[in-house]
Each structure stands twice: as C-alpha cells, then as structure tokens.
Design a protein around this ligand. Structure first.
Ligand SMILES: Cc1cc2nc3c(=O)[nH]c(=O)nc-3n(C[C@H](O)[C@H](O)[C@H](O)COP(=O)(O)OP(=O)(O)OC[C@H]3O[C@@H](n4cnc5c(N)ncnc54)[C@H](O)[C@@H]3O)c2cc1C
Length: 644
C-alpha cells in the first residue's frame, strides 16, 4: 500500500506563523521553494513527525538510530548494524510448519484459488485455523505473539510457496487492523477485535489512498462526522488491497479536519451507504483490490483509535514501518523462487552444444541474484531486530522497502527473464504470469524515489534544526530574502549561528572518527565494511554542504536529494550485508554478500567492475549452479516449460 505518510497534513487550520518553531524544510520552502501552501503543509508534517518521535524512548528515536549516528556522530556504532536472530522456539516452528503445510497441500491439489483466480476462502480459513492471521497478535487474545524477527523470515518462507499469501499476512497484520488495534486500541476494542482478527474471522485492510490523494495525502477528502454514538463517513478510497464486503478496515479519514483512523467493519454485502468500485488490476491478481465508496456510512464512535500523542498519522506511521520490512521479506522469498527456477533451466538449456549454466553471463546473473537475496535477508533481519528492540526504525525500514522492491524488479527483468528467454512469456511461466506482481512493490507502500527523499529529510532534520533553522529564523525576522555574506549587516546578524556551525565543522574535520573493531570479519567483507563506515561518516560533510549550498531551496533540489539518499542507502546496505555475511556460517552466503557489496561499492563510486569482480560473481554463480545453496533448500522448482 502507500506512501510517504509525511505527506499527510494534520490540517489544523493554523497558519504556520502561529507556530513558535519554523523548521528548516518549512523555511526553505517558504522563502525559496514552491509555494506558501506547500510550506505550511510541510511544517505541519514536521510537527506530526515530532509527535511520532515522542512516542519512543530517547534512545530509540531517529537521532539515536544506527544510520543517524553513523552519519552525524564521531563513532559509527557498528554493533547496531547487525541484529542476531533469536533462537527459534517450538511455537514458531509449529506455526511455520502448519501454515506452510496448508498452502503446499492446496497448491498440490490445485485448490489454492477460486473460480475468480483469487485465493480461496477455504485456504484463508484453514490458514486461520493454523494460527496464520494471529501471528502478530498477543497470546492472551488468541494469537501467537511472534517477535518481528521471527515473523519476517516466516514470510520469506511463505513467499517461496505463495507470495500473495505472504503479502496478505502483512496487509492484515502490519498495515491492516491488527497493528493499529493492538498498539492504539482501547482495552475494550482489543477485547472485541483482536480475537476476531487473530482467528481470521475478520480479515483486514488499510484504506488510505483516494482517487485524488496518493503521493499527496494532504489532498485526503474522506470525512467522518460525529452524530450521536457513531461517526458518519463520506468519501472514496482507491486501490485498497484485501478489501471486500465482510472485512474490517483501518480507515484513514478527517475528523474535525485532522487525520484520524476508524476501525470500520464493512457490511457483508454492498449497501446504499457502502459500495465498491471495481476495476481490473494487473498486480495482486490473487488478492482483492477495490475502490470503496462511503455515503453516510456509520461507524461506532468507540471504533475511533486514540493515540496518546499525535493523531491518525501516528497510527499509520507505525504500521507502515512494519509493512516495509514485510515487503522486503516477501521479495527475499520471491527472488528465491526465481533463482530456484533458473538453476534447472540453465542446466537444461543448451546453446552451441553447451548448457547456458556454463556461460559467464548466466553465471554472473546467478551470482548477482544470490547477492540480492542476501542483501534482502540481511536488511530484514536487521530492521526486524531494531523494531523488536523498540527503535522507531523509520529510516532503516525505508531502506529495506526500497532495496527489496528494486532488487525484485531487477531480478525479474534483468536476471530471471533474460535467462529464461522466450519461454518467460509463455502462459504458466513464473515470469510471464507474475511480471506485474514483481513490479508493483516499487509503487505500493511508498514509491521508491519519494521514499528516498523522505529518508533524506529524516536524516538531515536535526542538523537543519540545529544549525540552519536559527539562520532561517533570523533572515525571516529581518525580512532578508537574499542573504549576502559580503554585506556586513547580514554578516553581523548571522554571526552567532554561523560560529556554532563553524565549530561543528572544525570539530568533525579535526577529531578522528572512532570505529569499533571488526577484526573478526573475513578480509574481503571487512574491506567493504570499512568502506561503508568511512563513506557514512564522511557523508556528513557532503550532506551539510548541500544544505549550505542550496540553503532555502534545498526542498526543491529533489534530484540531488534523491542521489545523496541512495548513496547513503547503498552504504548502509553494504555495512549490514557485510556484517551479515561475516556472521553467517554458510560460505556461499558470505560470498554472495561479498558480490553484492562489490556491486554497491561500484555504484556509490561510479566505477566499473574489474576482471576480478566478474570472476567472483561468475565463480559464485557456478558454485550455486553446481552445488546448490542452503538458502534454497525447501524452495520448489518450477517445471521447465516446452521441454524440447
Ligand atoms: C497493487 C497496489 C496495491 C495497493 N494497496 C493499497 C492499500 O492496500 N491501501 C492503500 O491505501 N493504498 C494502496 N495502494 C495505493 C498506493 O499506495 C499508491 O498507488 C501509491 O502511494 C502512489 O500513489 P498514486 O498512485 O496516487 O501516485 P501519484 O500520487 O499519482 O504519483 C505518481 C508519481 O508521481 C511522482 N510524484 C508525486 N508527487 C511528487 C512530488 N511531490 N515530487 C516528485 N515526484 C512526485 C512519484 O513518482 C509518484 O510515484 C496500492 C497500489 C497498488 C498499485
């Protein structure tokens, strides 16, 4: 599903000049950017973001997150870039096996889908009996209470069997009603809903997007007005996954012109006050995705979620973080299926008298795909560990989302499709049948580049507040639109904040960055980790220079922001993947981490692979083609189509 939620405005009606603080982004937009209205909205979003932050203990907020510290502090907290997996408990093993068994059984029998080609109600019900829909619900409400570090790899395994089933666990458990109710529901609401949601008697969805409000959620129009003991909802939602009559939705709407979330039960069938807008959608073809139209639709007043701080934004933020990790976990499973089907095909298909598996180009694709899988696994384990420890984890989850969705897209088109050649397009082929499934994650849960900018804004926010906001405020108060440091009057006014900035810059340049020992890592991976750490700590200079250079126009320099953001993201992925590879017992996994890190390092530096790099990737591909890989141990291989 959606979106950079920071684009949702808690339209409180107040003009930004009434607010005591003026954020850097707001000042930038107001003085140099697109429009006053956009600036007002951005400022209000900043306020909402601060409210979300205040839900977390200081040590778990964005400024204490591994990425923020690695960039802005003098020590890269290397230990925080790897989160070991807690031991598997018997409960988790049982749940995993039971749920996988249900789906495998129906897949074998050909009964996974109904006559409309959607997952059948029987399968959904049997999954409920096996405990699937309650994986994240506390045991006291009939769920399994899994940690996210156990839940996420479970989704990866499920995705190797049926990615839509894995996706629905996230729609229901992360962004749907489960997370909002368990985190923000009153005790009465939890008692009423969690058992129903855990058993799957009520499956759920999250309804945020509207026809006129996707990336720009400030345009949300759906309203709810209190009337007696219920809210009366009017408006229209679009693209809502898992939303059909009889299900429960987290409905984002405006109440008194502020974003709010209502837990709404959709009636068992369409009524005059609730109708569906049906359309054909290429993606998510095994699940339902509909538009929802509400006309004077009533929701009990007690179904309004009331977070202790913030509003509907706070609730949406929370679930989206989890959904982003889940999306990456799903990609890790889906890419395993692609690789598992590439191997027998590469062995079978002969050209010029030789199996294509013997060819460098194909071996390199296999090696590179293994790297993408390990990168996704590493990010999932890391982010899930941070969430379980109580971190807000927003920037980290954005990286997992972008990496997972882009990796899956690249794997599908550049590696999988090309290797399967013309057969990719035959009906029944994994690629041809699912190409839209492989691409759509780049859009839902937030389009990648938009999220990349959101990542960047979170990364620079504190630095901007600390060093640039005082400058902006002075300029604003003095009515100076075009500051000129050669003007003594301007210089005099700005001397205090500029001295503070100069002090920070000198300190960072002169005092050495301290780094934890990583002597335990194998030499190749250690070199990558060293590079990533060095890049992250040096990036503070480039980022700060951007802020200095573009000053009040930074928010309009989207291309520069997107580029800087993706370089930091790549460096983070390198560090996380290299540590993961170094701590993994499987040599193939470590080699795949190395291949990925080499690729990312070239991308960051803008350099080309060397012969040695090609050799590493092709040797890895060859090793997997000949000897297999533990990461694929229970992944089913697709049948080779047209075996002649
Ligand atoms: C398969 C699928 C499932 C979905 N499931 C759900 C769901 O369950 N619940 C839900 O609420 N939503 C869901 N969505 C909606 C999804 O989250 C939105 O499609 C997505 O957020 C993008 O919104 P949009 O389509 O309106 O794009 P638009 O807002 O029309 O934007 C199009 C593109 O324009 C560019 N753009 C927009 N604004 C800017 C800007 N300010 N600066 C620079 N570039 C910009 C971006 O590249 C953006 O991707 C789903 C969508 C799909 C395809």
């Amino acid at each position: 599903m959606s979106i950079d939620i920071r684009n949702l405005t808690p339209a409180d009606g107040g003009s930004h000049s009434e607010r005591p603080d003026v954020s850097f982004a707001e000042t930038a937009l107001r003085l140099g950017g697109k429009s006053v209205d956009e600036a007002r909205r951005t400022g209000l979003i900043d306020t909402a973001d601060d409210q979300v932050e205040s839900m977390f203990a200081e040590r778990h907020r964005t400024t204490a997150s591994p990425i923020h510290r690695a960039v802005w502090e003098r020590r890269v907290p290397t230990d925080l870039f790897h989160m070991p997996l807690p031991p598997m408990t018997e409960d988790v093993r049982q749940l995993t096996n039971d749920c996988l068994h249900v789906v495998r059984k129906h897949k074998r029998k050909g009964s996974l889908y109904n006559e409309s080609e959607k997952l059948s109600d029987v399968v959904l019900a049997e999954l409920g009996d096996a405990g699937y829909w309650g994986a994240l619900v506390d045991k006291r409400y009939g769920g399994c209470g899994l940690s996210f570090q156990h839940f996420a790899p479970f989704l990866t395994r499920m995705a190797t069997v049926e990615p839509t089933v894995a996706g629905l666990a996230s729609v229901h458990g992360c962004i749907g009603a489960v997370d909002p109710v368990r985190t923000f529901g009153t005790p009465a609401l939890k008692e009423r809903y969690l058992p129903l949601l855990a058993s799957g008697r009520r499956l759920s969805a999250f309804a945020l997007t509207e026809p006129g409000a996707g990336s720009d959620l400030t345009a949300l129009k759906t309203t709810a007005v209190l009337d007696g003991d219920s809210y009366v909802v009017n408006g229209e939602k679009l693209f809502i996954t898992n939303a059909v009559p009889g299900r429960t939705i987290g409905l984002v709407c405006r109440i008194d012109d502020r974003p709010a979330v209502l837990i709404a039960d959709l009636p068992a069938e369409e009524t005059p006050s609730f109708t569906m807008n049906r359309y054909g959608l290429y993606a998510l073809r095994r699940a339902h995705n509909n538009g929802l139209v509400f006309r004077n639709f009533r929701v009990p007043a007690e179904n309004l979620l009331k977070p202790k701080v913030g509003d509907g934004l706070t609730i949406a933020y929370h679930g989206l973080n989890l959904g982003r990790i889940a999306l990456c976990a799903n990609a890790a499973g889906t890419m395993r299926s692609m690789l598992a089907s590439m191997l027998p095909w590469a062995d079978f298909r002969k050209t010029y008298g030789q199996p294509i598996a013997n060819r460098e180009l194909v071996q390199r694709r296999i090696g590179h795909l293994a790297g993408l899988i390990v990168g996704s696994d590493a990010l999932v384990q890391w982010c899930a560990g941070l969430i379980d420890q109580g971190y807000r984890g927003e920037m980290e989850c954005i990286i997992a989302k972008i990496f997972g969705s882009e990796a899956q897209k690249e794997a599908a088109v550049e590696l999988f499709m090309k290797t399967h050649g013309g057969r990719s397009f035959i009906h029944g082929h994994l690629f041809g049948d699912n190409v839209h499934e492989f691409l759509a994650p780049c859009i839902y849960e937030g389009e990648g580049e938009m999220l990349g900018m959101a990542f960047f804004k979170s990364l620079v926010k504190q630095h901007g507040q600390h060093f640039f906001e005082p400058i902006g405020r002075i300029l604003h108060e003095a009515g100076i639109k075009h500051p000129n440091l050669l003007n003594p009057g301007h210089l005099w006014k700005l001397q205090a904040p500029m001295a503070a900035y100069a002090k920070w810059m000198t300190g960072r340049r002169l005092l050495r960055v301290t780094r934890d020992s990583i002597a335990f890592m194998p030499a190749d991976l250690r070199r990558h980790a060293e590079f990533a750490r060095g890049f992250l700590s040096d990036s503070c200079f480039d980022i700060s220079r951007m802020m200095r250079t573009y000053q009040l126009k930074l928010a309009d320099r989207q291309c520069s922001m997107a580029q800087a953001s993706s370089q930091v993201q790549d460096a983070v992925t390198m560090l996380v993947a290299s540590l993961y590879g170094a701590k993994h017992e499987c040599e193939v996994t470590a080699a795949a981490a190395e291949v990925l890190c080499t690729h990312l390092q070239h991308r960051i530096r803008g350099t080309r692979p060397t012969d040695k790099d090609f050799r590493r990737a092709t040797e890895l591909g060859n090793a997997i083609a000949e000897g297999g890989w533990a990461a694929l141990h229970d992944v089913e291989q697709e049948t080779i189509l047209m075996k002649y």
